[in-house]
Structure formats: C-alpha cells, structure tokens
Ligand binder design. Structure first.
Ligand code: MG
Ligand code: MG
Length: 278
C-alpha cells in the first residue's frame, strides 16, 4: 500500500529530511584526506542525536545481520551499504554517504557523493550526470505520472545517453513511518509503466550509477555492494514529495554544496547549477 501523507505528516518528513541535509553538510565540512570513514560516522551520529534524531540505519535489517553504523559510507567501487571503517580517505577518492534520520515518527533518507581532492574528469562527469538525472527524476514525481516516468528519467540520461551502468539490484522506495515503504522505485524502466502517482506520496529516489557495467556483487559481510568490474560508482538520493505539477525534494543539496565550496579539500570544481528543487 502506498501512503498519501497529510500536510502535517509532510512537514514532519521534511524536518527529518532536512536534518539529514544538515548532517551531510557537517560531513562536507569534515571531509579531508587522512581521516577514517569511522570518524565520519561517529561525528554524524553525535550530530543526529544532538539534534533530536535517531540514525535510521543503525541496527536496520535482519536481527542476525543488523547494519552496524549510522551512515552507509561507500568509497570508490563500493556502490552502497559500505561499513564505516579504519580506511583513511585519500586524494582522488570518491565517497558516497547515505544517511537516514528518524524523528517525530518519520524518516528522511538522503545521499550524496563527494570527491576528495583531484578526481579523474570521467568520474566528475559521472557525478554531475547522476545528480542531473536525479533532479530530472524528482521533476517527474507529479500527480498522474507513474513510477516508470521517474525510472525512465534516471535511466535515459545515465544509461542511454551516457552509457553508464544503471544498477538494478537496488531501488528507491516510499519513505515515511518506515524507512522502506511501497512502492519500489527502480532506476530503469519505461514511461507510463508502474503505479500511478498521487499528490502527497513521498518517495526516496536514489540513482546508483556505475562508470562501467551495471553488474554488482555483495561482499561476504552481507551488506557491502561493489561493482563487479571494480570501477567507481556514485549514489545521490532525495526524499521527494509527489506534487501537483512537479516533484519537490524535501531534502536539499544547496547547503551541502555550499559547505563543499567552502572546503578546499573538496574543491574539485564538479559542482553544477541544478534546477531549483523547492
Ligand atoms: Mg538512503
Ligand atoms: Mg533510500
């Protein structure tokens, strides 16, 4: 069942989503070569709790295999669900940070890929195109469109026009009282296919796009998803409200990008002007 959220519920989801934005902004200020991904996770968890939230991901999943951290931190060839660790970031890495916050009974879910220092131009282009594809997909989240219109928007720019690998094993989702709700929102599909969208639905739209082929593997830890060819992968995600004429990102890239501009370690020049999200 796909929930239609009331105005009050939408504002609570927005609050959770913007707390994720604030957390990712802290991450953007914190990132530099030489720090461990575990230190990023510790900082972010403290920030979330100081702001009255609970990390949605910590302990998520089956009781036999709960996710061990507050953030999913996925470096280079890791697509999603990477564990924070003692790995030290280095110049030329890319790092995808996925964060969920639960507060007032609702989740926000939002992800961003950062470049550390000098990153290859082909990887910067992958980042730029994937962000643009996400914003195209957010735009499609409107009344009477279908899930396939969102999926098509992602696949068209990334897979068809640019030849990137569009990950199929993992998909976007409804988000609200639970972190993962109906419907599934794949990053591939056909216009006009799938469930019809209604104003007030809230969807986490999250392209996971590979520089090489679409094939991925899950490591023995049961969580970490990597590209089969070892090439880099990027991940951007917005908690998105289905609107009358267009979708609205309840999370927001702007503060993250402002922090990125102010942090010389992240000053890779890949930032682009995006369509207005609100
Ligand atoms: Mg996420
Ligand atoms: Mg998600």
């Amino acid at each position: 069942m796909i929930h239609i959220r009331s105005k009050e519920e939408i504002e609570l989801i927005r609050k959770s989503a913007l707390t994720v934005t604030a957390t990712l902004t802290q991450v953007a200020n914190f990132l530099k070569p030489g720090i461990t991904t575990l230190s990023i996770d510790k900082m972010a968890e403290a920030f979330i709790r100081d702001n009255g939230g609970v990390p949605s991901f910590k302990g998520y999943g089956p009781a036999s295999l709960p996710f061990p951290a507050s953030l999913c931190i996925s470096v280079n060839e890791v697509v999603v669900h990477g564990f924070p660790s003692n790995y030290e970031l280095k110049d030329g890495d890319i790092i995808s940070v996925d964060c969920g916050v639960y507060m007032n009974g609702y989740h926000g879910d939002h992800a961003y890929t950062f470049a550390i220092g000098e990153v290859k131009p082909e990887v910067l282009k992958l980042m730029r195109i994937t962000k643009e594809a996400l914003m195209n997909a957010v735009y499609q989240a409107r009344e009477n469109n279908r899930v396939g219109d969102i999926s098509f928007a992602v696949e068209d720019l990334t897979g068809r026009q640019n030849g990137y690998g569009v990950v199929r094993e993992l998909v976007g989702h409804g988000v609200g009282k639970k972190l993962h709700e109906d419907p599934q929102v794949p990053n591939y599909g056909r216009r006009g296919d799938g469930k019809r969208l209604k104003q007030g639905m809230v969807l986490a739209i999250e392209p996971m796009i590979n520089l090489g082929t679409k094939d991925v593997l899950t490591l023995e830890d049961g969580w970490t998803v990597v590209t089969a060819d070892g090439k880099p992968s990027v991940h951007y995600e917005h908690t998105t409200l289905v609107g009358k004429n267009r979708g609205e990102a309840l999370s927001n890239f702007a503060p993250i990008e402002a922090a990125e501009r102010a942090n010389p370690e992240l000053n890779t020049g890949h930032l682009v002007d995006l369509p207005v999200t609100a």
